[in-house]
Design a protein. Structure first.
Length: 156
């Protein structure tokens, strides 16, 4: 069986030149060739394993990038929907408020007086002014004015 040969012993066996020493060297060389072949196979396996892990990581990063883009698109859509909903909801609230502000008006003169009073309160030049509210009040005033001006009602 093979025994491990170190460098000085290797030199000694080569210098002896006996058949026994060459046989020992031959065994050692065969053993080393086998060890190197096993090490190469192990390194090839490690390299393949590394390549597989790298491929998995690359596909994971690609999927992560796709998910990141989809998430950003969803976030933008969500913000747009949120803004649209808030705008619509605030518009409904303002319209309901405009209708409430004219509640109880039963004549054209009362309508004009209420309209002027509301404009004094909500005019954009005032401290509490709101342009959007004035627009809605004017729209509601025009609608009610058209009702009072209809041919089926008496003119006051």
């Amino acid at each position: 069986m093979y025994k491990k040969v170190n460098d000085p012993e290797f030199e000694r066996l080569l210098n002896e030149g006996t058949e026994e020493s060459f046989k020992e060297l031959r065994e050692w060389l065969i053993f080393e060739e086998n060890r190197i072949a096993k090490e190469r196979k192990r390194m090839e396996y490690d390299e393949q394993f590394f390549d597989k892990k790298m491929a998995i990581l690359k596909s994971g990063y690609e999927q992560l990038e796709i998910d990141k883009k989809r998430l950003e698109r969803d976030r933008i859509n969500f913000i747009a929907e949120k803004n649209a909903h808030e705008k619509y909801a605030s518009h409904i609230v303002y319209e309901d408020m405009a209708g409430t502000l004219f509640a109880g008006v039963n004549s054209f003169l009362a309508l004009k007086k209420r309209y002027r009073d509301l404009l004094k309160i909500f005019h954009p030049d005032n401290m509490c002014g709101d342009h959007e509210m004035v627009t809605l009040i004017t729209r509601e005033y025009d609608r009610l004015k058209a009702e009072f001006d209809s041919p089926f009602r008496s003119v006051n």
